[in-house]
Design a protein around this ligand. Structure first.
Ligand SMILES: [Fe+2]
Ligand SMILES: [Fe+2]
Length: 189
């Protein structure tokens, strides 16, 4: 963990690094509640934004190098690619081999249907870590995260979509797909 921390500190600006630490520790707390390996949660949290500070033009180049398929929206808004590129970097530069951790990195921005518990944890921790303060209903989401993580996911996705609609931002169809799936999951409980 210490080596990983130093490596990540080198590639992130100060704010992003603070956020990264917060996500890692929040993920570790959630892992304790949901019986997930705490070290895996820490690693996934530390690595989730390992490609976030890479400029757009280099991110695009890297998708070609790694043979990553880009959706139309990712071509228009390249920073969305930091999740997919991050998963590849985690493998190549941070020697991460755990597929669950790599998937948690890859899907941390949009989520996906049928996420593993680790994927859910990183997705939720990214949104509600203690340094986040701008999103609506964070107090409710922080409680739900520890009591009903699927309901927290629904609330996060609704918040993200309403924020994007308000500011006229483009919506990644994967976000909508994840929302519909977890609305279904929550309604069956
Ligand atoms: Fe991210
Ligand atoms: Fe993040």
């Amino acid at each position: 963990m210490e080596i990983l921390r130093e490596k990540i500190k080198d590639v992130q600006d100060a704010d992003r690094y603070e956020h990264t630490l917060s996500v890692a520790y929040t993920a570790a707390c959630l892992a304790g509640v949901y019986n997930v390996d705490i070290n895996k949660a820490l690693r996934a949290g530390m690595l989730h934004d390992c490609a976030k500070c890479i400029p757009d033009n280099i991110l695009i180049k890297m998708t070609e190098e790694y043979n990553i398929s880009c959706s139309d929206i990712e071509k228009r808004i390249p920073f969305l690619l930091h999740a997919k590129v991050g998963a590849e970097l985690a493998k190549e530069q941070y020697f991460e081999t755990d597929i669950d951790i790599l998937n948690a990195i890859r899907y941390h921005t949009t989520g996906r249907p049928e996420m593993s518990m680790l994927e859910k944890i990183v997705f939720v921790a990214d949104y509600m870590e203690p340094l986040r303060n701008k999103a609506a209903d964070l107090d409710i989401i922080r409680k739900l995260a520890f009591t009903d993580i699927d309901a927290a996911i629904v609330k996060i996705l609704l918040g993200t979509l309403s924020y994007l609609r308000k500011k006229g931002g483009e919506i990644d169809p994967s976000t909508e797909e994840t929302l519909q799936y977890y609305i279904g999951v929550s309604s069956k409980k």
